[in-house]
Design a protein around this ligand. Structure first.
Ligand SMILES: Cc1cc2nc3c(=O)[nH]c(=O)nc-3n(C[C@H](O)[C@H](O)[C@H](O)COP(=O)(O)O)c2cc1C
Length: 114
């Protein structure tokens, strides 16, 4: 699977998605979560960003990784959604546990504090 993911990422493959987000137009702010695959977003997430009309929307990215960090995921999200405002990414190491207050601190930073 890791090998297939490498091929997908390196070739820029955008796998077809089984489900579409209904009434995306109704949302101004979209949280986009992804596992990191080969230093960037997973290919199905790339499909979503490439196929969706996200112009004028705010994207709030978050990712999990296996120990090597977020790579160039944020830059790649910005490239795939050039007409969106892309905020700071929450980067989580998939092997660690995080306190709820750390997540809340990030939510506050991106404007969704309590
Ligand atoms: C195809 C593939 C590529 C991956 N590439 C990376 C990577 O470049 N850096 C990294 O830290 N972790 C990498 N991982 C580990 C995943 O980021 C990690 O397993 C994931 O964030 C955990 O979330 P999940 O349980 O939803 O998969 C990769 C995993 C897969 C399947």
């Amino acid at each position: 699977m890791v090998k297939q993911g490498k091929q997908e990422v390196e070739s820029g493959y955008k796998p077809p998605l089984k489900a579409k987000v209904e009434n995306l137009a109704a949302y101004d702010v979209i949280f986009v979560g992804t596992p990191i695959w080969w230093y960037t977003i997973a290919s199905p997430v790339a499909t979503f960003l490439a196929e969706s009309d996200l112009a004028g929307k705010t994207i709030i990215p978050f990712c999990t990784h296996g120990g090597y960090g977020a790579g160039h995921s944020l830059e790649d999200i910005k490239k795939l959604a050039p007409k969106s405002r892309v905020l700071d990414e929450l980067v989580l190491d998939g092997s660690k546990t995080y306190a709820q207050k750390e997540i809340y601190a990030w939510l506050s930073k991106v404007g969704f504090g309590e």
